[in-house]
Design a protein around this ligand. Structure first.
Ligand code: FNR
Length: 188
């Protein structure tokens, strides 16, 4: 069987290194993971005023999550936390009250930065949010990617063998994590 994985790229930049990383992860993922991006750039800012009347983009986000087995976050670090656009998408997904899309959902986080900390602080911040949202996070391995532009093509080919192996193993571990969580917590 295959597992449907929805993924978020936390950056709206047209030259995002995290988008490049996401392309590499899609390429290197095991064959039984089917990855679909959930766009976040067209979402308006979340407000509870719309809880009874979600806009189409937010409805689509929740529908995709409902149809998915797991969720992957590929995010930059902004000011030692996650970008507002990603937090906004998570806020939409977590609501209306009682309809939190992340409840018991297998999840993983990864991110890339030109800096040496490799989004570690953003990931720690994201993990706190996902804990509250009751997602079932893969906690190991962690992946703090210091982005080296020489190692990736724009289409996500990874030219360095050690990097490719690391990313391939990360996705294999995620697949195993998804399998383990779903064995205990099937998603209808
Ligand atoms: C950054 N950047 C950054 N980098 C980092 O390692 N830690 C940080 O806290 C921040 N903070 C930050 C804030 C804002 C507003 C911007 C625009 C940038 C640099 C960041 O890692 C770099 O721009 C990456 O290229 C962003 O990822 P994407 O958009 O290329 O995927």
């Amino acid at each position: 069987s295959t597992y449907k994985v929805a993924y978020f790229v936390g950056s709206l930049s047209s030259t995002s290194v995290n988008r490049t990383l996401s392309r590499a992860l899609v390429r290197l993922a095991p064959d039984d993971l089917e990855l679909t991006e959930i766009p976040i750039g067209t979402l308006r800012l979340y407000t509870p005023d719309l809880d009874d009347d979600y806009p189409p983009e937010a409805r689509a986000l929740k529908d995709t999550l409902a149809a998915s087995d797991a969720v992957l976050f590929v995010t930059p670090e902004y000011n030692r936390s996650i970008p507002g656009a990603l937090k906004n998408a998570i806020d939409w997904a977590s609501r209306p009250h009682g309809q939190n899309s992340f409840d018991h959902m297998p999840a993983a986080v990864i991110g890339a930065s030109p800096g040496m900390i490799g989004t570690a602080l953003a990931q720690q911040s994201l993990r706190g949010v996902l804990s509250y949202c009751n997602a079932r996070q893969m906690t190991s391995p962690e992946a703090y990617i210091q982005f080296d532009p020489d190692v990736y093509t724009d289409s996500g080919e990874v030219t360095d063998e050690d990097t490719a192996t690391f990313l391939r193993e990360f996705m294999q571990e995620f697949r195993d994590h998804v399998q383990r969580v779903l064995a205990v917590l099937p998603r209808d």
